[in-house]
Design a protein around this ligand. Structure first.
Ligand code: ADP
Ligand code: MG
Length: 458
């Protein structure tokens, strides 16, 4: 992102960030500050984007002043800061709205029910056990979630689900909530994110309303906290959560927690909390396999009722490996595109519509790999990639490697230059132009470059 700014502003922003990190600590930095993206510095106004409205409120309340101070120290022109919400999934599509209110008994008439509804977050009605596709990577988590949802007695407490982004943690939590409501509409369920828990708690502190806050939380039958990693670091919130947690467990109420890491690996969590989190059942969601991705795609494509020629879903399952949300996004895009332009879906069409997504998924290639491959291909020593020698026999391959680094990674020109023996970004720019020019003039050379690119991308 920083490539849009001149290097001064980018460097200033880097310094602001690293000072925030030093001042607020690693855990807070990672949860709240690292996701900030500098969007613009325009006419004295710094525009910073965050992914969600909630984060915007939080950052405004907790960090805006400090951000402002640090910016003005760095840059005398800065007079104002604006924090905006920017949805930025790499599919370019906004995340679906969670549509349905939290199920709670007599939510409108019952005092506590209404309160719970306000505290919690809505559930997505598409996220049920029926729509969750299982395979080796998620079968344990799925079975554990089902067990917790279906049994009338509390067996595992807490149920702790963890795994990487977009692997189905939230889906499973919503599924548990729907299943419990279906079986027993009288059970009070409170589902919310850890961010929201913290936010509510801090609000309660501010308005001196902590008694009511505690009562609300302690009156539920099932407490579900999503993305627990966001609670780390905040001692007072952890303390409060710990008490609520213990109170609920003592009363044999079910707790379900999700996080991006196992209790042992969560950072910034107190030791007693950590060990308590592992008391029940800890189940992880592994990265998806090709088979699971294909299964998920088939189950999502079917109800769309569109004709999928053979190979399209396989292509998607093969290419989009990072997470299920992106996989879904890719499928939706193909279907939307076909219906918009009124042409049947084809494999070529799919590749074309998704080229940016595919690029993003291919970004895993590192500059080191590129250098290694290119050196091998041209039969020169890897060390020549960073050497000062300028003879054509080494300079040309080096230029090809720089060119591919620009094409296949998200690195900026200066970053690439640094990896090639500390060369200047203008050298990299020159290499990119030169290779482009040669590709147009020399078919054999163009083929070489293409071959290398395909090898690196596969
Ligand atoms: P997480 O909370 O782990 O980041 P989500 O539960 O939000 O991930 O999942 C991201 C998207 O992928 C959701 O739309 C979800 O319904 C879908 N999804 C994830 N895993 C599966 C699965 N096994 N079967 C069907 N859909 C899935
Ligand atoms: Mg989630």
């Amino acid at each position: 992102m920083n490539t849009f700014f001149d290097e001064d502003v980018a460097a200033q922003w880097m310094r602001v960030r690293s000072r925030l990190q030093a001042e607020f600590g690693e855990a807070a930095y990672r949860s709240w500050l690292k996701p900030l993206v500098l969007r613009a510095l325009d006419d004295g106004k710094v525009v910073i984007a965050v992914p969600t409205d909630f984060m915007r409120e939080w950052v405004e309340a907790q960090y805006a002043q400090r951000l402002m101070d640090l910016w003005t120290e760095e840059n005398r022109n800065v007079r104002r800061i604006e924090i905006v919400t920017a949805l930025s999934t790499s599919t370019g599509q906004p995340r679906p709205q969670r549509e349905v209110p939290v199920p709670g008994r007599n939510a409108t008439t019952d005092h506590n029910g209404a309160a719970i509804e306000n505290l919690g977050a809505p559930l997505d009605k598409r996220c049920t056990f029926d729509t969750f596709v299982t395979g080796k990577p998620n079968e344990l988590a799925f079975a554990a979630a089902r067990r917790v949802a279906e049994s009338s007695e509390v067996t595992f407490n807490p149920l702790f689900l963890y795994g990487g982004v977009g692997l189905g943690k939230t889906h499973l939590m919503h599924a548990i909530a729907w299943q419990i409501t279906k079986q027993d509409p009288d059970r009070r369920i409170l589902y919310l994110s850890a961010e929201k828990f913290m936010y509510q708690f801090i609000r309660a502190l501010r308005y001196k309303d902590t008694v009511a806050f505690k009562e609300q939380f302690r009156s539920v039958d099932v407490l579900m906290i999503d993305d627990f990693q966001f609670i780390s670091g905040k001692e007072s919130t952890q303390e409060e959560f710990f008490h609520t947690f213990n109170a609920l467990i003592d009363q044999n109420r079910q707790i379900v927690i999700s996080a991006d890491k196992s209790p042992n690996d969560l950072e910034g969590i107190e030791e007693r909390m950590r060990s308590r989190l592992g008391w029940g059942l800890v189940a992880d969601l592994h990265p998806t396999t090709y088979e699971l991705r294909l299964g998920i795609l088939q189950s999502k494509a079917e109800p769309m009722g569109v004709e999928m020629p053979p190979g399209v879903l396989e292509f998607l399952a093969h290419k989009i490996t990072s997470n299920v949300r992106e996989l879904e996004g890719g499928l939706n895009r193909i279907v939307a595109y076909a219906s918009l332009v009124g042409r049947p879906i084809t494999l070529e069409g799919a590749q074309e519509v998704l080229h940016d997504l595919l690029r993003a998924n291919d970004r895993k290639v590192t500059i080191e790999e590129i250098q290694k491959r290119v050196a091998e291909h041209f039969n020169i020593k890897l060390a020549e990639m960073s050497s000062a020698r300028r003879s054509r026999a080494v300079a040309r391959p080096r230029q090809v490697a720089m060119y591919l680094a620009k094409q296949l990674t998200a690195r900026s020109l200066p970053e690439i230059g640094r990896k090639f023996g500390g060369r200047d970004h203008t050298t990299v720019m020159h290499a990119v132009r030169k290779v482009d020019e040669l590709r147009g003039l020399d078919a054999a050379f163009a083929e070489d470059v293409e071959l290398l690119r395909r090898m690196l991308e596969s």
